[in-house]
Ligand binder design. Sequence first.
Ligand code: SAH
Length: 446
Amino acid sequence: MFKTGQLLTLSVHSLTDKGDGIATHDGRPVYVAGALPGDEVEARVTLAKPRYAQAEIRRVLTPAPGRRADFCPHTECGGCQLRVMDYATQRELKRELLLGALQEQGLTCPVGETLGMSEPFHYRNKAQYAVQPGPTIGFYAKHSHRLVEVDQCRVQAPVTAEITALVHQWMRDLAVPAFNEAHHSGCVRYVMVRDGVHSGELMVVLVVAEEPAAKALTALVEQLAQVPRMASIQLCLNDAAGNRILSEQVRTLWGKETISDRLGELDFDISALSFYQINPRQTETLYREAVRLAALSGSETVFDLYSGIGTISLFLAPHAAHVHGIEIVPEAVADAERNAARNDIDNVSFHCGAAEQLVPALYAQGTGADVVVVDPPRKGCDQVLLNTLAQMRPARLVYVSCNPKSLARDGAWLREHGFTLAEATPVDMFPHTMHVETVALFTLHK
Ligand code: SAH
């Protein structure tokens, strides 16, 4: 039996999905935050359960080969789970996680080295800070809803610190209350900052549970508008319980409704509610890989499913006869249409709705695709969509995935229906975290 406070000497052999080290003691797992496979540590049990325990590191006795010094002073922050793992080891780990997920489903294919960043810091173009009474503005601690104030974050754009400091001061000066989750009362819930890295344009979205006093809001807007590069200030009213950050109720307080950014040769407008890849340098790598695997000759009809603001569609369009983008969020579809016009690309059409509804409908009307790109959320593709793709039989299916497990599950189904997994490459979109992004190619021989 484990006991709280007990000291254990542990050899860490693997990692959980959340990035905690796993060791085995008396046949039972012990989860150790911040421990790496290969570490030998002395750890103190913080939670004792009959079947498992959680422990914290007291001392690293023998460091894992990939261990390095922590790069961040905010030790409690749960943001970067792999912060003590050197970057080459992180890339190798992500490739192994992908291989493991594929293997579990009996899938094998050549898997490329993880395409990583040369300078893996300050890579995020979007920060979502939570706000709690205090006021505290920061990120959640590991496995908790408690906030850690983070003034200098190594993965966010440095300007975000300036903006959260302004909001913090404003809340104090004008006694604007933070939202209190437990009582479901108060006002400010989140501060979201988007940085159009190439355009230089900044967007701030203040998420509130209730409308702040008009005077207070004016004072905040005046201050935020002074921040160099500010292009858009938005207010989002979200009084729903739960963890969703944004609601559909967004309005512009100052400046433009969207900000723009450039990827490769293309310019994009991005609204507050639209999905946009958070690591712009790596997005170009990801999309180049998707374009390479699509191997278009210019004559194909392409479906880009889960198309967001149309980025992948517009990257593919110059190489295809026509691209149909399908996306469920209306604001993103509106952005996509604007983006096509903005870049003078006219061989694309965007459709608003669920891929699992629109693809069967288009196919029933006689519109199929020679090449399909999918980029679904973590849960992977809907079964109805996969059924339709199996009937439609595209020659190539490029699968952009943010979750190796759902990629492998969908991949196993596709293999049962005649597709071959030809190759896969992880692209590191989220250095120092456990997130694994992959681009994979499935082929079908007619
Ligand atoms: N390919 C885009 C977006 C990928 S994120 C890019 O690279 O930026 C996944 C997108 O799928 C989001 O924009 C989300 O709104 C959308 N989405 C989620 N469920 C969907 C569904 N059932 N049908 C169509 N789009 C969906």
